[in-house]
Ligand binder design. Structure first.
Ligand code: ADP
Length: 456
């Protein structure tokens, strides 16, 4: 009750009590007890009715204001409504507090909505696939990248079951485990439906608790997997290549120790075989070193510089000419204008030596190797090495630049081949921003062409 109300009530009492006394007193003085008692009763009833009326009016006012407050609170925070500054004093204070709180709640909700929208936009445009599920494994969120990986039509409606969206058992197992255990999980899997691509999935519990749903992110690791496979294949190939010469060296050394040394007719031959396999091991080691240097991306410290094509060709020819002479193969160098390429001399020479070495190795007796070069209109220099050798079948052409690939192993090995030469050529030329191509006709010969950027 407010102070004003108290004063009014007190004043009414002060007026009505003497008036009632004034009204009843003559009957008391005259000894008329019954009329006095009846008048007292009437005064009491009047007072009670007034008090009841007052209380009722006040209760109505409270109920009305309380109802308004309830409606206001129920509409929070979505609708913006205003509370009238009226009603009982105590409730008016509560209403003002509620009104202030409503403002704060609305601002908080707006900020949360903005934050949520931002996060959703980031997740939606991420290259990694992202999916979130609730505790019942129903989809809460699924971005475009995730849907694409699983060939699911987009947009993925919220509320769809995980089983409708994901058919990959590994992924489903991961999500189930995360939802039930509440701990992070990872896993790798290959997807035949996505052209055999490899994915790594990392899942986290939503809210960091069990039964709170889970979020999973997919990383495409096809490149990494492929590299790992290439590395494994490479190690297997190297071991295989080393085994043959090592076994031969060991076998012949044991034969020599077991009496071969005294076998005057054969001991020299045994040692020659050991030497030839040792040389082969040396060739393999040299090629492997070249490969590992290229793999380590050991870029020359100096920037690319103009390299005279004629000088590089002359130097490469000098390296292979004794071998060519031994096989009766003629090396013909066309007298073209000296062009300059932009690159590194030692790399160009390395590539040319490998091409010339092959052109001699896979040539026929009295065959020839022709070297030509020219400048193209689009600012490139092409250098081609053409031989009159055995040629390469069409189906092998696309694989000759692969590591350890040999068309005819029986012919390549005795000739000292490792199957690494052309892969080195390709890498070396590509490192200088160029390309290498091949044309060949079985039984007639092959032409390998290097394309490099001209220096000016
Ligand atoms: P290798 O050390 O065996 O020569 P390369 O990588 O240089 O390895 O060549 C791969 C394979 O390509 C060779 O084993 C050979 O079968 C084929 N090849 C390369 N160059 C020629 C060529 N000029 N003529 C015919 N076959 C060739």
């Amino acid at each position: 009750m407010t102070r004003g109300n108290l004063i009014v009530t007190w004043a009414l009492l002060m007026i009505s009590v003497p008036m009632a006394m004034f009204w009843i007193w003559p009957d008391i003085a005259a000894g008329a007890h019954l009329p006095a008692a009846l008048k007292l009763l009437a005064v009491g009833a009047g007072f009670s009715a007034a008090a009841a009326g007052l209380i009722l009016a006040r209760a109505r006012k409270w109920a009305g204001t309380a109802e308004q407050l309830e409606i206001f609170a129920a509409k929070l925070p979505s609708e913006e409504t205003h509370l009238e500054d009226q009603g009982p004093h105590e409730l008016r204070r509560l209403a003002r507090t509620l009104q202030e709180m409503a403002g704060r709640v609305r601002r908080l909700v707006e900020r949360a909505n903005l934050e949520g929208a931002r996060r959703e936009a980031i997740l939606a445009c991420m290259a990694e696939g992202v999916l979130a599920v609730d505790r019942n494994l129903n989809v809460i969120f699924c971005n475009e990248a995730f849907a694409q990986a699983f060939s699911t039509p987009t947009p993925v409606r919220e509320g769809r079951t995980l089983y409708e969206v994901v058919r990959e058992p590994v992924l489903r197992d991961i999500l189930e485990t995360v939802v039930h255990r509440g701990t992070p999980e990872t896993g790798r899997f290959q997807m035949p439906s996505a052209a055999g691509r490899w994915f790594e999935a990392r899942a986290l519990p939503l809210g960091g608790e069990p039964d709170g749903g889970a979020l999973i992110a997919l990383h495409d690791i096809t490149g990494i997997e492929r590299q790992e496979q290439v590395r494994k294949d490479f190690v297997a190939d190297v071991s295989h290549e080393l085994r043959t010469p090592l076994a031969a060296i060991r076998g012949y050394a044991e034969t020599l120790l077991d009496g071969g040394l005294e076998d005057a007719a054969n001991n020299r031959r045994f040692v020659e075989v050991i030497l030839s396999h040792a040389l082969r091991l040396n060739t393999i080691a040299t090629d492997l070193l070249a490969i590992s240097e290229l793999d380590a991306k050991a870029e020359p410290s100096a920037p690319p510089e103009p390299v005279g094509v004629v000088e590089a060709i002359e130097s490469a020819v000098r390296t292979v000419e004794s071998g060519a002479a031994l096989r009766g193969v003629r090396i013909i160098r066309e007298d073209c204008e000296n062009d300059r390429i932009l690159g590194y001399r030692f790399r160009l020479e390395q590539a040319l030596v490998n091409l010339l070495d092959n052109a001699v190795k896979f040539n026929r007796e009295n065959g020839s190797v022709r070297i030509e070069w020219a400048r193209t209109k689009n600012g490139q220099v092409t250098i081609s090495v053409t031989d009159t050798g055995i040629g390469i079948a069409q189906e092998d052409l696309k694989r000759v630049f692969d590591r350890f690939y040999r068309v005819d192993k029986a012919r390549s090995r005795p000739a000292g081949g490792t199957g690494l030469g052309l892969s080195i050529v390709k890498e070396v030329i590509e490192r200088m921003g160029g390309t290498v191509s091949v044309e060949s006709q079985l039984g007639k010969g092959s032409r390998f062409t290097i394309h490099l950027q001209a220096a000016e």
